[in-house]
Write a protein that binds this ligand. Structure first.
Ligand code: ZN
Ligand code: ZN
Length: 177
C-alpha cells in the first residue's frame, strides 16, 4: 500500500505537522510520514508578485518523489498561480503530489489573534481537499463538501473536512478502475 509523505517547506511548527499527520492517517488509512523540512523555496519566488509559484514547487516535489508514494507539501510561504491572486494549494489531479500553504490560513494574516485549533482545522480541510484532487476529484458545488473551492478562509470555515456522498462515491469508483 502506498505511503503518504508530508514534506514541510519553510518554517512550520512540528506539532502542527504532527496533528495533520494524525488526521490524514485516520482519513486515508495510509502510513503517514513527516519528512525533514526543506528550506523556503527561493527557486519558485516571483519578485514582482512577492509570492511563490505553486506549480514550480509541485513540479519539484514530483521530481523528488519515489514510485508509489503520495506526497503532500506543506509550506509557510504564500502561493500563486498566474490567473489568481493567491491559492491555498494545488495538486496534480489523479496524480501523486499535492501542496498547501498555511500562510493565509492563519488568523494573523487577517490581523486577528492566533487560534491554533482553527488553524489546524483549516490546514486539515485544505490538505484533504488537495489530496481529493490527487484521488481524481474535481471541485464540488456542495459548500459543505471539502471539495468545494475556497476563495477565502470563510469558505474554508463553512465547509466540512469530509467528502460529500457523491464525491465519496466517485473516489470508490475511481479506486476500482
Ligand atoms: Zn481545488
Ligand atoms: Zn462533494
Amino acid at each position: 500500500m502506498s505511503r503518504l509523505l508530508v514534506v514541510p517547506i519553510g518554517d512550520i511548527e512540528f506539532n502542527i505537522l504532527n496533528s495533520l499527520a494524525q488526521s490524514l492517517k485516520h482519513n486515508f488509512k495510509k502510513a503517514v510520514i513527516v519528512e525533514m523540512p526543506e528550506p523556503e523555496p527561493s527557486y519558485a519566488y516571483d519578485i514582482k508578485r512577492q509570492q511563490y509559484s505553486s506549480s514550480m514547487i509541485l513540479k519539484r516535489l514530483k521530481s523528488e518523489s519515489s514510485d508509489g508514494d503520495l506526497v503532500l507539501g506543506v509550506t509557510s510561504v504564500d502561493l500563486f498561480v498566474p490567473k489568481l491572486t493567491f491559492v491555498f494549494g494545488e495538486a496534480e489531479i489523479s496524480g501523486k503530489v499535492a501542496l498547501i500553504s498555511i500562510a493565509r490560513l492563519q488568523p494573523g494574516f487577517y490581523g486577528l489573534i492566533s487560534n491554533k485549533q482553527l488553524l489546524e482545522e483549516r490546514i486539515r480541510k485544505e490538505a484533504i481537499h488537495e489530496l481529493g484532487h490527487v484521488l481524481g476529484l474535481n471541485h464540488c458545488h456542495n459548500n459543505k463538501c471539502v471539495m468545494f473551492f475556497s476563495n477565502s478562509v470563510t469558505d474554508t470555515d463553512i465547509k466540512s473536512d469530509s467528502y460529500c456522498e457523491s464525491c465519496n462515491r466517485s473516489i470508490k469508483i475511481k479506486s476500482l478502475l
